[in-house]
Design a protein around this ligand. Sequence first.
Ligand SMILES: N[C@@H](CCC(=O)N[C@@H](CS)C(=O)NCC(=O)O)C(=O)O
Length: 206
Amino acid sequence: MTEKLILHEYGLSGNCYKVRLTAAHLGISLKREEYDIKKGETRTPQFVANVNSNGRIPVLQIGERFIPESNAACFYLADGSPLIPADRMGRADMLRWMFWEQYSHEPNIATLRFWLRYVGLDALSGHQREQIILKRKSGNEALKLMDEHLASRRWFVGDSITLADICLFAYTHVADEADFDLELYPSVIAWMERIMLDPKHVAINE
Ligand SMILES: N[C@@H](CCC(=O)N[C@@H](CS)C(=O)NCC(=O)O)C(=O)O
């Protein structure tokens, strides 16, 4: 990749970490541009006009072009690499897990982590408080489904690490920060250990 790559991000966000972890696996260097989402720095007219009309990070900038959505940014970086299965069915299966992550995993686990650890229970709105029970239930269902899938396999798709593993790892490994008990999911723990043992692995706070 010859063009300069900039990651517009908030370092503690799992969605942003996915993009850095993908880059680390591929030996790609990214310039990091930090925004404080708690101060609304991704909601300024300038950010919305120039970086992401959806007012959110991560956004991967390639020269003058911008890719919002974490999993799309990971896909851009990994296209043509072993992180994406070579066979058509494998690619579709990888995307299935990445879409599932965005619909059934991240909205429960990541949102609860943000609310409980970064916003704080006292500062939540009544509507947010009402949603905690359902998000806890749905988050545990997601972890259980992962655990069952991983009981008989080392990786989500095929027999090596793919973007499905990287994208699901991002918020799973910090699910305890949202008070999820990961000890209930031993196959998930074993899978996370495999990911962290990779010499190319980087931690969320590196
Ligand atoms: N589906 C999006 C989610 C992006 C997202 O929700 N980003 C959060 C941080 S993880 C954000 O920018 N929040 C700030 C805001 O909404 O103002 C992705 O995967 O990139």
